[in-house]
Design a protein around this ligand. Structure first.
Ligand code: PLP
Length: 450
């Protein structure tokens, strides 16, 4: 239990993101005080397995001293410097070099921001700037997908295809369009195979492009696995069918690797897992194991050449953040990437993820679970009122949030998403014993849901 003074101060002074402000006045916060490995502890000392790695981000878990030491060293040496007007720092240079070299498809340059939203916002601005620079100013519309999540800044929230991010905010902005969501369980028609469903999704995309005019469409944004939209793993041939359509109409492909990047799906990038050929990649979260905020946009040579000539014509590439390539955040990211390699993090993910997927799929037999799905160390259960018809619960019953709250009481923190979907995305360092403990705690909580 949170002490009264902290609870009262939080209610009095904090507006929480993604929180019902009225309900918060009653419930107050769960105050996390410390963390070790895959666990966090609240201010009463209660331990929780963090089944979401915070917000899909703390890949190395809590208490990784090497990241603390890397930050301390860099802070003592050079706590801050910027990267405007030809300035640079060693950690920023090294990080750009590493990311470009480790990219699974040829990339040319890295640009640094502080969050996934900023990375996607930056990618949009780069795409517009690029098309102006190459003399195609009419090619500006951007297509994302319903239930896709790309962040919350004005443009990134417009890309995001979830009502909660747009209602009340007068979004989306113009020039951003949404195509259908490749969630076969929910949107597949009766008897429609995944293959046929993927073809229909591709046809939907092409119809949208034709309707709008291919010469007006600049880019397509997609997460390899949709995260916040409900952990939606695309049908096998989905991207295989989508990508030629983009190529045919000269549309840039942006892979949003903010969740999938750095091992989550069993390969270093979701791009590799799903055979993508993006022109631009955005990444954040596990880039620094979330110990400090940092994100990156990788662009290929074609995009770079456009921006290069635009910057020359206009005097400079007029975009950048005070904290772009912040040296302390970059030092932590460099150390994170070194740890992934030294400890063979991919090998670890691939050794424990079969257990995660086995335990997840075993939940499909539960009377409340319509579908259990996932890949690597990401997964979800979709709760339904009727397994046969896939009918959703009445949203007013808040079954997903209720299950997540019961799980939290039982010592595992998970996230409920729209449509009563419970997501799992533990730190990549999780062991098989901890995976079992996470599902034991969750299963016991699910059994108490009426
Ligand atoms: N893109 C994806 C796929 C995400 O999951 C998120 C956040 O969860 C973002 C972008 C936005 O990142 P941030 O919250 O760091 O702005």
């Amino acid at each position: 239990m949170t002490s009264n003074s902290l609870r009262d101060a939080d209610i009095a002074y904090t507006l929480h993101p993604y929180t019902n402000a009225v309900a918060h006045e009653q419930s107050g916060p769960m105050v996390a005080m410390r963390g070790k490995g895959v666990r966090v502890y609240d201010d009463a000392g209660k331990d929780y397995i963090e089944g979401m790695a915070g917000l899909w981000c703390t890949s190395l878990g809590w208490g990784e001293d090497r990241l603390v030491d890397a930050a301390t060293r860099q802070m003592k040496e050079l706590a801050y410097y910027h990267s405007f007007n030809h300035k640079a720092t060693e950690p920023g240079i090294r990080l750009a070099e590493t990311l470009v070299q480790m990219a699974p498809v040829p990339m040319s340059k890295a640009f640094f921001c502080n969050s996934g939203s900023e990375a996607n916002d930056t990618a949009i601005k780069m795409i517009w700037y690029y098309h102006n620079a190459i003399g195609k100013p009419e090619k500006k519309k951007i297509i994302a997908r319903l239930r896709g999540y790309h962040g919350v800044t004005v443009a990134a929230a417009s890309l995001t295809g979830l009502p909660l991010n747009q209602k009340g905010f007068d979004l989306p902005i113009e020039r951003i369009l949404h195509t259908s969501c490749p969630h076969h369980y929910r949107y597949g028609e009766a008897g429609e195979t995944e293959e046929d469903f993927a073809s229909r999704m591709a046809a939907d995309l092409e119809a949208l492009i034709e309707r709008e005019g291919p010469d007006t469409i600049a880019a397509f944004f997609a997460e390899p696995v949709m995260g916040a939209g409900g952990v939606i793993v695309p049908p096998k041939t989905y991207f295989e069918k989508i990508q030629p359509i983009l190529k045919k109409h000269d549309i840039l492909f942006v892979a949003d690797e903010v969740i999938c990047g750095f091992g989550r799906t069993g390969k270093m990038f979701g791009t590799e897992t799903f055979g993508l050929q993006p022109d631009i990649m955005t990444m954040a979260k596990a880039l620094s194991s979330a110990y400090l905020p940092i994100s990156a946009v990788l662009i290929n040579e074609t995009v770079y050449q456009g921006i290069r000539s635009g910057s020359d014509a206009l005097g400079a590439f007029g975009h950048g953040y005070t904290y772009s390539a912040h040296p302390v955040a970059a030092a932590v990211a460099n150390e994170t990437l070194a740890i992934y390699e030294e400890r063979d993090m991919l090998g670890h993910v691939n050794s424990v993820s079969p257990r995660m997927q086995e335990r997840l799929r075993a939940l499909a037999d539960h009377p409340l679970v319509g579908e259990a799905r996932g890949i690597g160390l990401i997964g979800a259960v979709e709760l339904v009122a009727d397994k046969a018809t896939k009918e959703n619960f009445d949203p007013a019953r808040k079954v997903g949030p209720s299950v997540a709250a019961k799980a939290q009481n039982n010592g595992v923190i998970l996230r409920a998403m729209a449509g009563d979907i419970i997501a799992f995305s533990p730190p990549l360092v999780i062991s098989t014993a901890e995976i079992d403990e996470m599902f034991d705690r969750f299963g016991a909580a699910l059994d108490t849901q009426a």
